[in-house]
Design a protein around this ligand. Structure first.
Ligand SMILES: NC(=O)c1ccc[n+]([C@@H]2O[C@H](COP(=O)([O-])OP(=O)(O)OC[C@H]3O[C@@H](n4cnc5c(N)ncnc54)[C@H](OP(=O)(O)O)[C@@H]3O)[C@@H](O)[C@H]2O)c1
Length: 282
């Protein structure tokens, strides 16, 4: 089993260098898939109220031989619960669904600036951490202006910001902003979310071949060497193992630049996922 490397967060804790994504991973099949990931060495499970699978994640954790305290469970606050009181209740309800008494990490899923209540939601996460419901607090899909607003209002900087990032939309400016603020970037859809062909791009295939690695391993390594934690989904045990077999090689600076050069800017973004436009009110 691979020993996962770790990143250190601004709250003093550490986090595995790769996390397991769970979008569309549900029910009994989902339990088996998360169990297999835990056996294969994953120690961070990324879920969300809106993935409608928190119960499945809790069930897998209960059935696993891996002790609860070795697993980082991370969920996300939905848009309908940005009001302060609703946010606190939602965190408690999420814990009941999982059958856990604390979250290792909890994020605001989207800023929803048109609704403009994410500062209340952030205050709720800050307080929920004080109440012992959450260990590490962070955000997702926050742009610089959203980060500055919540930091100014509460004096508390998120530990992580989970953002879209794959070679066609590398989001490097936001990664740099996060770094400047001491926030770890997490990359969602590192392989372009099943909808683009980035893992078949010849540049990435060629770079991987230099090191005897696959395109997916090359993309994960590119993230880690940029100080970014990828959240990767796989329901295949073989792929799960391959995705952790990335700590025995290093990409050259020129390889990293070549992957950076595949960025397409805004057109490369997954359609409809701009943080200022995306609406998620349920
Ligand atoms: N915060 C947010 O707003 C947000 C948004 C989107 C996603 N996320 C998080 O990020 C996670 C990852 O993103 P994603 O689920 O969109 O997609 P992804 O991880 O970019 O890609 C998943 C796809 O890649 C395939 N794959 C995985 N490993 C592979 C390998 N070694 N070789 C070949 N194919 C491989 C998987 O197929 P197999 O199952 O067959 O391996 C699956 O089809 C999500 O599950 C979720 O937890 C967060």
């Amino acid at each position: 089993m691979e020993q996962l490397e770790k990143f250190r967060l601004n709250d003093g804790s550490t986090i595995p260098a790769v996390g397991l994504g769970t979008v569309n991973v549900q029910g009994a099949k989902g339990v088996n898939s998360v169990l297999s990931a835990l056996e294969n060495g994953y120690r961070l499970i990324d879920t969300s109220t809106n993935y409608m699978n928190e119960g499945m994640v809790g069930e897998a954790i209960r059935r696993s031989n891996v002790p609860r305290e070795e697993i980082m469970v991370s969920s996300k606050l939905p848009g309908a619960a940005h009001d302060y009181d609703k946010a606190i209740t939602m965190i408690q309800e999420s814990l009941y669904r999982l059958g856990l008494d604390y979250f290792d990490k909890y994020l605001i899923h989207w800023p929803l600036p048109k609704q403009d209540k994410y500062d209340q939601a952030w205050q709720a996460l800050v307080d929920a951490q004080k109440f012992g419901l959450i260990k590490t607090i962070g955000v997702s899909n926050f742009l610089e202006e959203h980060l500055n607003k919540i930091i100014d209002k509460t004096g508390v900087t998120p530990a992580t910001n989970q953002i879209e990032r794959h070679p066609y939309f590398n989001n490097n400016e936001l990664v740099e902003t996060n770094k400047k603020l001491g926030i770890l970037s997490e990359a969602w859809s590192p392989f372009g979310r099943e909808i683009n062909d980035v893992i078949e791009h010849q540049t990435i295939i060629d770079i991987g071949q230099k090191y005897g690695k696959s395109p997916t391993q090359t993309i994960l390594r590119w993230n880690i060497q940029n100080g970014v934690m990828p959240i990767v989904k796989s329901s295949s045990s073989e792929h799960q193992r391959a995705n952790l077999n990335i700590f025995d090689f290093s990409l050259d600076e020129e390889d990293i630049k070549a992957i950076d050069a595949l960025d397409q800017g805004e057109p490369g973004r997954v359609e409809g996922q701009h943080p200022n436009e995306y609406e998620e009110y349920s």
